[in-house]
Structure formats: structure tokens, C-alpha cells
Design a protein around this ligand. Structure first.
Ligand code: PSU
Ligand code: MN
Length: 302
């Protein structure tokens, strides 16, 4: 049921680096045609750093690890009715023969089964604000799968202190990449200090290797701040988010539809600035993930 692209299999057989990329950001996180452009740029970025990209999605009921150009286009189609699959939904999508974009939780579950340990995305899901108890399955997957997820922190629409507490309870290693502070997706700052920091791909790779040698399982969140030239001030973003959250409440949007709704609202209300930053930080994460994956393959202790 898992179809791994030949290029990915070859890289694995030769001990070369592979980086997983998710598909929900393409199908539900960004407007067309910027989404297909980003999907291709992410793959190019990974290749430019010496690793092989593996975008992951469920297509016609097959869990595909590594997509071709036509498959990427199908995911990004503007009028698509493609579903959104977390780890819990994978079996359903396969049994029904559906097309489904995989979230961070769905992607890391499939990456782990395909033997891929590095994964780049934009921002992870987490604990939403309010009393709804909306907690993304991304957090549990981070604690379960032996996959390091490079992201610009939890998405800014979330309750960041609660998300950090949940990650701690789930024993997820959170590593600041060249930062002492948790980045907040569009913003480099959140006011939340991190306990652990690494400053090079080599130290990140050695840290992850040690963790996996000892623990066997369990992932890590590599928190990589958005590049300075595109990062937005927290105060600017906060105003947009209050507007987006109020609109979601008014329209009774909840559950799986909430994150895509909020991101679409932010795209409009920011006049495109949120999308520009989202794309740039995702590309930066792909670069860092590929650099760490390459360093991991070159570890002398391995
Ligand atoms: N990062 C982005 N854009 C996105 C997402 C992440 O820059 O659209 C997606 C990821 O797939 C993540 C999902 O797993 O949003 C979280 O959705 P939820 O809150 O419903 O778990
Ligand atoms: Mn949710």
C-alpha cells in the first residue's frame, strides 16, 4: 500500500539523504498557483542541498512517498476536492481509494514507515486557544515517530505556551536552530525560551542520532526561525489572527476545517504578506532539513 519512488529507494540503498515534504500545505495551506510553485521550489531546495525530496500524499488509495510532477499538480489543483489526512485517517483514505493530502501527523507516520527520518514543513499544528480542546494530532506523531520535523515553530494561530507544555508532556525534543527562543511561525519571537539550542547541521544530526540510538523511537521538533527579511512583527500578526479567529467563530468553523480557514483568512487580510512569509520560511526549513539529513548520513559514529 506504500509506493516509494525509485529515486528515494536508490538514495536509501546508497545511504544518501532523503527529506520528506508534506502535502497539506500544498492542497489546503496556500492559494493556487503559489501552492504548486512552492511544491516544486521545496523539492528543488532539497536537491540543491544534496538530498532527495519525498513529497508524501495519498493518491487513488496509495500512500505515495515521492511524487512526480503530474502528481504534484493534482494535489495543487485549484478546484480539487482532496481530503486532509492525519495519521488516523490514512487507513480510511487507502481503503476508499481516495486522494488525500497528509498533514504533519500523516506525513511523519508514512515517512517513518518508509525509513525517512527528516521532514520539512512550514509550521506544525498544536493546541488551539479557547475551551474546545482542539489539539492537533501533529503533537502525538512528534512523540511517536522517529522523525525530526523542521518547522518555524507551531503556527501563530495556536496557543503557544500550551503547545509547548503539551510537547513537554509528550517527551518531544524541541531544539532551537540558531535560536534560544521558540519561533512563532511568521514571527521570529514568541517570548518563550527554549532549553536546547544547536548551531550547526552536524550538532543537530549528532543530537538526533544519540536520541534515536538510546530511545529507539520519538521525534523532535527543530524550531527554525523565519528568515529576517520576511519575518513579520508579532504585533502585526496578532491583529490579523484576532480578526481570523473571530470570523471562524462567527461562521462556526471548527475541527479539521479550522486551520485551512484561518490560513486562508490570513492570506487575504494580510494582503498576501502572510503567504509570502509562509513560503519563504517553508523553503528555509527545507534547506535546514536537507543540511541536517546530509550531516546525519556523514556522521562518523554511524
Ligand atoms: N504548515 C503550513 N501550512 C499548513 C500546515 C502546516 O505552513 O497548512 C498544515 C500541516 O499539514 C499541519 C496542519 O499538520 O496544517 C495542522 O492541521 P490541524 O491543526 O487540523 O491538525
Ligand atoms: Mn484540530
Amino acid at each position: 500500500m506504500i509506493v516509494i519512488a525509485q529515486e528515494v529507494l536508490n538514495a536509501q540503498a546508497e545511504g544518501r539523504a532523503v527529506v520528506a515534504l508534506e502535502s497539506t500545505i500544498i492542497a489546503h495551506g496556500l492559494p493556487h498557483p503559489g501552492n504548486i510553485a512552492l511544491a516544486q521550489q521545496l523539492e528543488n531546495q532539497v536537491r540543491a542541498c544534496g538530498a532527495v525530496p519525498a513529497t508524501i500524499a495519498i493518491l487513488e488509495g496509495k500512500a505515495c512517498v515521492g511524487l512526480n510532477g503530474a502528481q504534484l499538480e493534482r494535489l495543487a489543483a485549484p478546484d480539487s476536492t482532496i481530503k486532509k489526512a492525519g495519521a488516523a485517517d490514512i487507513g480510511v483514505a487507502i481503503a476508499k481509494g481516495d486522494d488525500a493530502a497528509t498533514t504533519v501527523s500523516g506525513t511523519s507516520a508514512l515517512a517513518a514507515r518508509a525509513g525517512i527520518r527528516f521532514f520539512a514543513t512550514g509550521g506544525i499544528g498544536g493546541v488551539h486557544p479557547g475551551d474546545e480542546f482542539d489539539v492537533s494530532a501533529d503533537l502525538l506523531s512528534l512523540s511517536r515517530e522517529p522523525v525530526a520535523v523542521v518547522s518555524a515553530g507551531p503556527k501563530a494561530i495556536l496557543d503557544l505556551p500550551r503547545t509547548m507544555e503539551a510537547l513537554e508532556s509528550l517527551s518531544v525534543l524541541v531544539l532551537g536552530y540558531r535560536t534560544n527562543e521558540l519561533p512563532a511561525f511568521y514571527s521570529r519571537e514568541s517570548g518563550l525560551q527554549l532549553e536546547h539550542r544547536v548551531d550547526s547541521p552536524q550538532v543537530a544530526a549528532a543530537t538526533l542520532h544519540a536520541r534515536w540510538q538510546i530511545m529507539g523511537q520519538g521525534g523532535a521538533l527543530i524550531a527554525n526561525p523565519a528568515p529576517e527579511n520576511v519575518a513579520l512583527a508579532m504585533s502585526t500578526v496578532e491583529a490579523w489572527i484576532s480578526e481570523a479567529t473571530a470570523a471562524a467563530q462567527k461562521q462556526n468553523i471548527s475541527g479539521k476545517a479550522l486551520t485551512p480557514f484561518l490560513l486562508q483568512f490570513l492570506a487575504k487580510t494580510s494582503g498576501g504578506r502572510a503567504v509570502k512569509t509562509n513560503c519563504a520560511l517553508a523553503l528555509h526549513n527545507a534547506k535546514v532539513a536537507a543540511q541536517i539529513a546530509v550531516a546525519y548520513c556523514e556522521l562518523p559514529t554511524k
